[in-house]
Design a protein around this ligand. Structure first.
Ligand code: FAD
Length: 439
């Protein structure tokens, strides 16, 4: 008599979207799969011909670096010397160049926060994605397929079926929508009514090659008023100036500013690509009255200037059906609040751990997979709601203000950073790879 085969089959997973959420979730699902099971079989379908490595520079906070380290991507980033270590985000008044406060990642002995300690890394979105892609290549159970546009998603008690525009189709046990703010997974399947809304603010960004003090090839770079990253507060927005590479030969310039809504996506695309209009707007907002001449020169010298409208989703909303779940911006896009990328990594890791627990408990034989989706959501909602509230405060700070409003803001910022320091550091120290799941 032949003994019944009791080896569990690999869980078949489709991820829509090869952005930072899709790629890191695939790594987390692989890393945290139960050792008693074969690794899940994961296919990532990305709509673009290749993962888009464009975008500005993000700050990877200590918790974000810790997770990238667990997922094997930080070694890839470090091996390529991507990014610039950031010990603190310094806050300046643009009109006096006075330093008002800082948000520090130095930790008690200057080595960083948490155990093991991490500081922060200012890195372009593109380089962080390249580091994660290098880690993905080491896992044969993860397949990345580009140029696939999903036009239909169906699910029943057996699994999920998707159809692509080219007529091909794919099936899986579950589908994870990591397809960003304009997510097809959400709009075609999970919650079609939950549309993105323009937040009222844009990020105008580019990269300025650094000027030297003289034309001699050995001349040093012109000095900066910041160590790594400065937030320069103005009446009509916040200008971020930051190094983003080890050579410190280029400055990332990002202006968060209030911009009237444009009716169509094509209209936004045209405005986004009009670099000279964006430059003039930035000069008017930030260079006029700036105490430090560097502010004008970095805006003048910025290359590839782009205007990126920040869209957001409503705070509440549905994250999952029986077999389809949303992660990252697809579930909870919000204006920047300083930790956006770290929040996305946490999503992926916590979701992967809940799914692993469900598999350990016997998987489909014992309970529908929705049980794991619900456990994840229960764990995650409060953190996302708090981050969402913080992002609304950032929007208010960015909105155009008169002189009095600006002065009030300048007085409030140091107190706000002091008041919220403990809360922020608690998150920077937290390790969601080992926290209690409650499931
Ligand atoms: C090209 C690009 C540039 C960006 N630049 C900046 C920036 O400068 N500053 C900033 O703060 N944020 C930027 N963002 C947003 C930022 O990356 C996200 O807010 C954040 O990292 C959350 O990541 P995510 O993976 O959830 O979403 P995203 O980074 O938006 O990734 C979503 C991915 O899904 C893909 N996708 C979309 N629809 C489908 C579909 N139907 N099927 C398959 N794949 C699909 C997209 O092409 C993308 O690769 C950018 C996003 C993109 C896509």
């Amino acid at each position: 008599m032949i003994a019944p085969n009791t080896t569990p089959q690999p869980l078949n997973i489709i991820i829509l979207g090869g952005g930072i959420a899709g790629l890191t979730t695939a790594l987390a699902l692989t890393k945290y799969a139960p050792s008693t099971h074969p690794p899940p079989s994961i296919t990532i379908y990305e709509i673009r011909p290749q993962p888009a490595t464009i975008g500005g520079a993000v700050n990877l906070t200590p918790n974000a670096l810790r997770l990238l380290s667990h997922l094997g991507a930080l070694d890839e980033i470090r091996a390529r010397h991507y990014g610039k270590e950031c010990l603190a985000v310094e806050v300046f008044d643009l009109y006096s160049n006075a330093k008002l406060a800082e948000s520090s990642f130095r930790g008690p002995d200057g080595k960083g926060l948490g155990n093991p300690p991490f500081t922060a890394l200012r890195i372009t979105r593109g380089e962080s994605l390249k580091g994660v892609l290098a880690a993905i290549e080491k896992h044969p159970n993860i397949r990345l397929v580009c140029g696939k546009k999903t036009v239909d998603i169906k699910e029943d008690e057996r699994g999920v079926d998707i159809t692509f525009e080219d007529g091909e189709s794919a099936s899986a046990d579950i589908l994870i929508g990591c397809d960003g703010i304009h997510s097809v997974t959400r709009l075609k399947h999970v919650e079609p009514g939950r549309k993105s809304v323009y937040s009222g603010i844009c990020n105008a960004f580019g990269f300025a090659p650094r000027r030297k003090t003289s034309s001699s090839p050995d001349a040093p770079f012109e000095p900066t008023h910041f160590e790594t990253t400065a937030m320069n507060f103005a009446r009509r927005g916040i200008l971020l100036t930051s190094f983003h590479n080890e050579a410190q030969d280029s400055i990332y310039v990002g202006g968060l500013m209030q911009v009237p809504s444009i009716a169509s996506r094509d209209g936004w695309k045209a405005a986004g690509a009009d670099a000279e209009n964006t430059r003039n707007d930035m000069l008017e907002r930030f260079a006029a009255g700036a105490a430090n001449s560097l502010i004008r020169t970095v805006i003048q010298d910025a290359q590839d200037l782009y205007l990126w409208p920040i869209f957001t989703l409503s705070k509440a909303g549905k994250w999952a059906t029986d077999r389809v779940v949303l992660i990252g911006d697809a579930a909870h896009a919000m204006p920047p609040q300083g930790e956006s990328t770290g929040i996305v990594f946490e999503d992926g890791v916590l979701f992967a751990r809940c799914l692993a627990r469900w598999m350990e408990k016997g998987g489909e034989k014992m309970a529908p997979v929705k049980e794991a989706f619900d456990a994840y959501e229960k764990l995650r909602r409060a953190r996302i709601e708090t981050a969402y509230d913080e992002s609304q405060s950032v929007v208010k700070t960015v909105l155009d203000a008169g002189w009095l409003g600006h002065k009030i803001k300048l007085n409030v910022i140091p107190w706000y950073l002091w008041w919220t320091r403990g809360y922020r550091e608690a998150h920077f120290i937290e390790d969601v790879t080992s926290c209690e799941l409650g499931y």
